[in-house]
Design a protein around this ligand. Structure first.
Ligand code: ATP
Length: 222
């Protein structure tokens, strides 16, 4: 059975760091990666893009890429999207035996104890943890997180295919400096930013004037 990887995020906007991590995970684990854009929070900051635009940028990113797609289930929910609920819903669809993993950056993994029912999550999925500049998994893991995952780490990619859930594996990809917060800051302040996102996403941001972008995209770019 193919390992399916869910890569959740606000993707506000999706950037080359996200894409690099997703492609490395796909190739290193011979897996299929689904981008999982989060729904809008109830009180959204008006400077951010709405769920429809964030999902569209994810779709533009995966066009023509094998083994990647976009799963929009969290956008269709009215209630806040908790990862545990998404995993329960997905398990009901794919059954208990299909191997499933959550892909998270090191910063997200270190913040896991703030997630709803976080101790339950490994019952439903493996964790694939990507390196991220500035976040040291070896030095800075909170004790409760280290304790909960101590027996879960494996060095074997094939172990993630052999079991449906419960393991943790570190993706040691070349690190990417991009962050959505810094990207939005650059767009709003008119600093160079187009190289940080896939070309079709840059065109979309310009065309829709997202995040304060002022440039008009060339006709036919979308
Ligand atoms: P922000 O800058 O606002 O924190 P972000 O760039 O982290 O945003 P998210 O949509 O929150 O974007 O990220 C989705 C997931 O991708 C998270 O698990 C995050 O840790 C991971 N991620 C984002 N950028 C990188 C990167 N450059 N390298 C590794 N992981 C990343």
């Amino acid at each position: 059975m193919t390992l399916r990887i869910l890569y959740g995020g606000t993707f506000d906007p999706i950037h080359n760091g996200h894409l690099a991590v997703a492609l490395h995970a796909r190739d290193a684990l011979r897996a299929e990666v689904s981008l999982l854009p989060a729904g809008d929070p109830p009180h959204k900051d008006a400077t951010l893009a709405d769920a429809g635009d964030r999902a569209r940028m994810c779709e533009l990113t995966v066009v023509g890429i094998d083994g990647m797609d976009v799963d929009e289930r969290e956008l269709r929910r009215d209630a806040p999207s908790w990862t545990i609920d998404t995993l329960r819903e997905l398990r009901a669809e794919i059954g208990d035996r299909a191997p499933l993993a959550l892909l998270v950056g090191a910063d997200s993994f270190l913040g896991l104890p703030t997630w709803k029912d976080w101790r339950e999550l490994p019952r439903f999925a493996h964790f694939v943890i990507a390196e991220r500049p500035g976040f040291d998994l070896d030095g800075a893991m909170p004790t409760e997180l280290a304790d909960a995952f101590a027996a879960r780490f494996t060095r074997s990619p094939s172990a993630l295919h052999a079991a449906p859930a419960g393991l943790a594996w570190r993706l040691r990809q070349p690190v990417s400096p991009e962050s959505a917060t810094e990207l939005r800051r650059r767009i709003a302040s008119g600093e160079p930013w187009h190289d940080w996102v896939p070309p079709a996403v840059a065109g979309f941001i310009d065309h829709r004037h997202l995040y304060g972008a002022t440039a008009a995209s060339p006709p036919g770019h979308l």
